[in-house]
Design a protein around this ligand. Structure first.
Ligand code: FMN
Length: 361
């Protein structure tokens, strides 16, 4: 997740999952293929990994097979990446306007060309390529079944499906029925995504759809221990970890500390600020203290402020299963390039390849 899953947060989540003996894959924030090929400094700085990450997993954005192929090659050859995921799910207008993200699978042949370019570059390093997508552009322009078939034909190792269309953004509830339909439609593993808020949701998704695994998005915001719960649940132990406020505070400090390791203390503390309300959601911490925490600029200050929280306050059960993070409302329309929906082919289409880092999926 853009702006969230940097090396520090991936490490924190990994610590939680491995404490329970679980095996999860934590994907680096999305980077653009052109940014990487042209050696853009921001892109390169995002390719930072923690020493605990035994499999380096990166999500690439791209619309041009040549750039995506070259970027995949660079990831495998120069960054020791062991898994490449391709983003075809981003719904933001800046991206779909250029035919990228969730708009791209409409052009079936172009999708195949991009996947093939990535798969053949990665195959030289024995690295699996997966793709992540949405149901389609809107209910009248669904793409997921064709995308699954094309992913399989192109040699992708798996496909992750978010049960919303681009026009839905992050609003409403994800539809899991199409995820089950995709499982029936393809021979490669399908990973289901959308509204996994608790470990029980993951078990329910597996039971209802037959997916080989789940992809967690907003459910992990301020809750790295969700991965401990997930690991336990998949082992058949459904007991939830419900940390009290003292344990949450310890986790918060650890998060900020790891951010400091990876980006320096001051930047790390600034970066940590946006996570505070997610961690404290539902707890009784007072407004003044929350405000002071949201301005924290050193680990010593953070420690002092966290000590003011009541360590014995129990976890607020009322927020279990509740959505968190961005939701918003459905869009009026998905912004697309002129005439984008007129044909479904797109092979050899001259696409503008974005170099800027973009956010969302
Ligand atoms: C802040 C934020 C950043 C995201 N960034 C990405 C991204 O870079 N790549 C991606 O595939 N999905 C991204 N997503 C989408 C999530 O991975 C996920 O598909 C979506 O939120 C639905 O799952 P959920 O209901 O479990 O949150 C992002 C979501 C949020 C809220």
């Amino acid at each position: 997740m853009a702006g969230i899953t940097n090396a520090a947060y991936r490490r924190l989540c990994l610590e939680q999952a491995t404490a329970q003996g679980g095996s999860s894959l934590f994907v680096c924030e999305m980077i653009t293929s052109r940014g990487l090929v042209e050696g853009d400094a921001t892109t390169k700085s995002m390719l930072t990994f923690d020493e605990l990450e035994t499999v380096r997993s990166v999500q690439l954005y791209g619309t041009d097979p040549a750039y995506v192929g070259k970027a995949t090659e660079i990831l495998c050859a120069d960054y020791g990446v062991g898994h490449v995921d391709l983003n075809f799910g981003c719904p933001v207008p800046k991206v779909t306007r250029k035919g990228g993200g969730a708009a791209l699978p409409w052009k079936r042949n172009l999708l195949g060309e991009i996947l093939t370019a990535a798969v053949s570059a990665a195959a030289r390093y024995d690295v699996p390529v997966t793709m992540k997508t949405r149901l389609g552009i809107d209910p009248e322009h669904l793409t997921y079944l064709d995308a699954g078939r094309i992913a399989e034909e192109s040699g992708a190792a798996a496909i992750a499906l978010h049960g919303r269309t681009a026009i839905q953004g992050y609003s409403g509830t994800a539809d899991w029925e199409p995820i089950a339909a995709l499982v029936d439609h393809v021979g490669i593993p399908v990973l289901g995504n959308g509204d996994i808020w608790e470990a029980g949701d993951a078990l329910r998704m597996v039971a209802e759809t037959g997916v080989a695994g789940v992809v967690v998005g907003r459910g992990c915001l301020g809750r790295p221990w969700l991965f401990r719960d997930l690991a336990a649940a998949f082992e058949g132990d459904e007991v939830l970890v419900l940390p009290n406020l003292g344990e949450v505070a310890t986790m918060m400090y650890r998060h900020a500390e790891l951010l400091g390791v990876h980006m320096g203390e001051e930047r790390g503390c600034k970066e940590f600020r946006k996570h505070i309300s997610w961690y404290l959601r539902g707890f009784g911490a007072g407004g003044e203290l929350r405000h002071a925490l949201a301005l924290v600029s050193s680990l010593a200050e953070l420690e002092k402020l966290l000590a003011e929280l009541d360590p014995d306050e129990p976890f607020p059960q009322a927020i279990l299963g509740a959505p968190r993070g961005r939701q918003g409302s459905a869009r009026k329309r998905v912004v697309l390039p002129d005439g984008w929906l007129d044909d479904m082919d797109g092979s050899g289409l001259e696409m503008f390849e974005d170099a800027d880092e973009i956010s969302g999926g």
